[in-house]
Design a protein around this ligand. Structure first.
Ligand code: GDP
Ligand code: MG
Length: 450
């Protein structure tokens, strides 16, 4: 990847479309615009930066007009990438786009961009930090309103600002500690270390708050994970289909049909929800089914919300089969769903919801409970600094380094090195400190043209 190349790609979606945007970035971008708009011949000057103008776009090799289009240029450093950038807003016809791209690729110094290369250049030129890059990647993929709000906040630099503030405070604390180290024999005020301690304490508190919001951050970005669990044949797969509103899982009256975890993703009132239908939990000799049971336990452990299904027509067998520890406990958010109420004539159970996955009775209430949990988590999750495990790991490392400050016996040198480590961990989050491999993974998430 040579940053001196001028890169070009279709930045908009597939053709045909109303408009297609071709984007160029690099040293040759303006020269290419000049060649395409025939300005050498007509004597027209380049448009003013950031001002869109209507021009004929022609093939410089033949002079053939390929389209009449809106063009705009952005002069370095005031562009998305920080380089000279040109955007051609063409009519979205496949022959137009193909012709224009071929003409541009024929120009010296121009080549097709790879995935995420525009954004990579923006990062390399300091236009964006890594959390904003990730926010942009999420923004392009956002499927729900909550994901969009979360991604927009990260792309706008909200996480970056919080982390930079933490770094500043830690740098200030380090300056105080270093003053004490340097002037150990001289008369320095006693409260210097107390001042540093206050700075560190404040940052630690905010880090703890953000670490506490991490699960909410994940729930918005990846979706709220809901696990449907229970004994075989109680109606879990039927319930998944009822919740998702389509035939997503195999429903059968033979116990042990669902051997894997079936996941269905849908938008519930603006929140992404991922519901897992799991294998029935019971001790089993069947190897494949045993693996299914393992996966069911994992789905439960990772869930933000659990629905335990029991058969109201056979309450004893359906609850006895469930292995301890109890699935829906006080600390984990969840609900008990007494299914097959249509086959039950007695009084309704005192706990949970009763209904029928088959007829849909009670399913709306279940949906409301899930939506409520999604809303609760979204309140924190949309503004959470921690939205990926990468952030969680680095911030937890920083917090662990700062925890050394609790030990009053440690020397100033050790306290200073703890600050150093915490600052380095925060540097990883924003990308000030990074390894190439990690960047490759992040930029590969992008599509070509972004
Ligand atoms: P799973 O093993 O827990 O996934 O259970 P399934 O969803 O495969 O359902 C097992 C059997 O119970 C099937 O024959 C379903 O049609 C039936 N079933 C599911 N829900 C209801 C219900 O609400 N009422 C009645 N009467 N039968 C149901
Ligand atoms: Mg099933």
């Amino acid at each position: 990847m040579q940053s001196t190349d001028t890169i070009i790609a279709l930045a908009s979606g597939s053709t045909p479309a109303g408009v297609a945007v071709v984007r160029l970035s690099g040293d040759q971008a303006f020269a290419v615009l000049q060649a395409l708009t025939g300005q050498a011949l007509t004597g027209q000057s380049l448009p003013e930066p950031r001002r869109m103008v209507l021009r004929n776009v022609q093939d410089p090799r033949t002079g053939e007009v390929l389209d009449r289009a809106l063009v705009v240029r952005f002069a370095s450093p005031n562009s998305f990438t920080g380089e000279d950038v040109v955007e051609l807003h063409l009519h979205g016809g496949p022959a137009i786009v193909a012709g224009v791209i071929a003409a541009i690729l024929d120009q010296p110094g121009c080549r097709q961009a790879v995935e995420g290369e525009f954004t990579r250049r923006a990062f390399d030129h300091g236009q964006l930090d890594l959390t904003a890059v990730e926010g942009l990647s999420d923004l392009v993929r956002a499927r729900t309103a909550a994901q969009r709000r979360q991604a927009l906040s990260a792309a706008g630099g909200a996480a970056h600002r919080v982390i930079e503030t933490w770094k500043d405070q830690l740098l200030r604390a380090r300056a105080l500690v270093e003053t004490m180290i340097d002037f150990v024999d001289e008369d320095i005020p006693d409260d210097l270390l107390a001042g540093a301690r206050n700075q560190v304490q404040g940052v630690r508190q905010e880090m703890a708050t953000e670490l506490g919001k991490a699960q909410a951050g994940f729930a918005v970005r990846e979706g709220l994970h809901v696990a449907i669990v229970g004994a075989p044949n109680v109606g879990k797969s039927t319930l998944l289909n009822a919740l998702a509103g389509r035939e997503a899982a195999i429903v059968s009256s033979i116990a042990g049909t669902t051997r894997d975890v079936v996941q269905v993703t849908f938008d519930l009132g603006g929140h992404l929800v991922v519901v897992s239908d799991t294998a029935g939990i019971r001790e089993t000799m069947d190897e494949i089914e045993a693996e299914g049971v393992l996966r069911a336990r994992r789905a439960m452990a990772e869930a933000d919300f659990c629905i335990e299904v029991r058969d109201l027509s056979e309450p004893a067998s359906s609850s006895a089969a469930i292995v301890s520890p109890p699935i829906v406990s006080a600390e984990a958010a969840g609900v008990l769903f007494w299914n097959k109420a249509d086959q039950h004539n007695g009084a309704p159970p005192s706990d949970g919801i009763s209904g029928s996955a088959k007829s849909g009775v009670g399913v709306d209430r279940l949906r409301d409970l899930i939506a409520e949990q999604a809303r609760r988590l979204a309140a924190d999750g949309e503004t959470a600094v921690i939205q990926r495990s990468r952030h969680q790991t680095a911030i937890a490392e920083a917090a662990a380094a700062l925890a050394l400050w609790d030990d009053p016996s440690l020397s100033e040198e050790i306290l200073a090195s703890a600050l150093e480590r915490a600052i380095a961990s925060l540097g990883q989050v924003v990308g000030a400190v990074h390894v190439e491999h990690m960047l490759d993974i992040i930029f590969r998430e992008f599509c070509i043209g972004k």
